[in-house]
Design a protein around this ligand. Structure first.
Ligand SMILES: Nc1ncnc2c1ncn2[C@@H]1O[C@H](COP(=O)(O)OP(=O)(O)O)[C@@H](O)[C@H]1O
Ligand SMILES: [Mg+2]
Length: 368
């Protein structure tokens, strides 16, 4: 991958910080409204809603804004004015989207909006050579994922697009490049296959196998506890995938239901090696103060000594994931990173038998 310096240098840190002011950080995932989880009927659902509704379309909007400015369709000041109006209206619970606001204000034509949102230039030519974007598929904390067709063979693929933040760009870009490198190395039917990475207009992408289905997070939010048999099947698949990664000295560091996709035919695949680390490499790309993982799923040592972790943190997170599948709840709830770190270190999880789910003794013994 070649970094296109000219594109990223179009923005000063202050300018882009303003553009990106709606971007959520890892800590926004901690907005859980209550700690009395025994009283709650659907804690997982609540956590899931809190962690997703706030960041819906955030990254896609950032990518869209970046392209508008990169193609000089709006000046930075004009963009900022529209974004300011957009965020104000959002705060007032308006359901307007950024692109419809731009259309309403007569800033862009529908054709241009459609092209940019489909990652095409103004003339309609794809910005990612060799692929045509079909539609968005999902969004995480760091990137947006799109369905695309590959010109070469007409195959459907998923393309993860990462918009590096403006502050400390080099760290973030290095991290995304590392994700591409590590993911491309991995060959397992239980890991989403990655094909190739590249960059365009200061944005970065990774082309992968398309997995039609839902994330395990969405599945549990919709169905509640999955039952022991299905939970153990999914657990077994993820474990097999992780086994392949661990054998190559790769630690995922963010194993959780949101990073596991359950395909329509039931097959299960782990994705998002965005925080992965190669244990046999000395290179650690970390920003000071950055949370390396998702606190609800993090092993005690990931809180206390993040630099010295090994594959056992993935085993722990996989255990939390199993707990979520079996009970439809999180073992620990907290309103802050600190609270969660203390719970993971000091407290026993609530015994699964306290919930209205059937879990056999040998499986319960795994937790308590
Ligand atoms: N290969 C894929 N096929 C289908 N959907 C995908 C694929 N990869 C990711 N997604 C969707 O995109 C979302 C974000 O992807 P992810 O790699 O987890 O990004 P992030 O690093 O931002 O968390 C996932 O939760 C899922 O809904
Ligand atoms: Mg993710």
């Amino acid at each position: 991958m070649v970094q296109n310096k000219n594109e990223t240098e179009k923005f000063s840190p202050e300018q882009m910080a303003k553009i990106r002011n709606s971007r959520t950080s890892q800590t926004s995932k901690l907005k859980i409204k209550t700690t009395k989880h025994l009283k709650q009927s659907s804690m997982w659902y609540q956590y899931y809603q809190n962690s997703t509704t706030t960041r819906k379309d955030v990254i896609k909007d950032v990518i869209f804004q970046r392209l508008i400015v990169a193609f000089s369709l709006l000046s930075l000041e004009e963009m900022q004015t529209v974004v300011h109006e957009y965020t104000t209206r959002k705060k007032q619970n308006s359901s307007i989207s950024l692109h419809s606001l731009l259309l309403d204000r007569g800033k862009l034509t529908k054709e241009i909006v459609d092209n940019l949102r489909g990652l095409r230039n103004i003339e309609g030519k794809s910005l990612i050579p060799g692929y045509d974007i079909v539609r968005p598929l999902g969004e995480g904390g760091m990137a947006a994922v799109y369905l695309a067709t590959r010109h070469q063979d007409g195959e459907e693929v998923a393309i993860k697009v990462f918009a590096p933040p403006v502050s400390d760009v080099s760290t973030e870009i290095a991290r995304f490049k590392q994700e591409c490198q590590l993911a491309i190395k991995l060959e397992s039917e239980y890991i989403v296959k990655s094909y190739e990475g590249g960059d365009f207009q200061g944005l970065y992408y990774l082309a992968m196998e398309y997995v039609p289905g839902v994330t395990l997070a969405e599945k549990v939010a919709e169905e509640g506890a999955l039952g022991e048999k299905r939970s153990l099947e999914i657990f077994g698949s993820v474990l097999s995938g992780m086994w392949e990664a661990w054998n190559r000295s790769i630690v995922h560091r963010d194993v959780k239901p949101g990073n596991i996709i359950v395909r329509e035919d039931g097959a299960t695949k782990i994705c998002d090696f965005g925080l992965a680390k190669a244990l046999d490499s000395d290179v650690e790309i970390t920003k000071t103060g950055m949370i390396m993982g998702t606190p609800q799923f993090m092993a005690p040592e990931q809180f206390t000594n993040p630099g010295a972790v090994d594959y056992r943190i993935d085993v722990y997170s996989l255990g939390v994931t199993l707990y979520v599948m079996l009970t439809g709840r999180l073992p620990y709830l907290g309103n802050s990173y600190l609270e969660l770190s203390q719970s993971h270190v000091q407290e026993e999880p609530i015994h699964p038998s306290k919930f209205d789910v059937k879990v056999s003794r040998p499986v319960v013994a795994f937790f308590v």
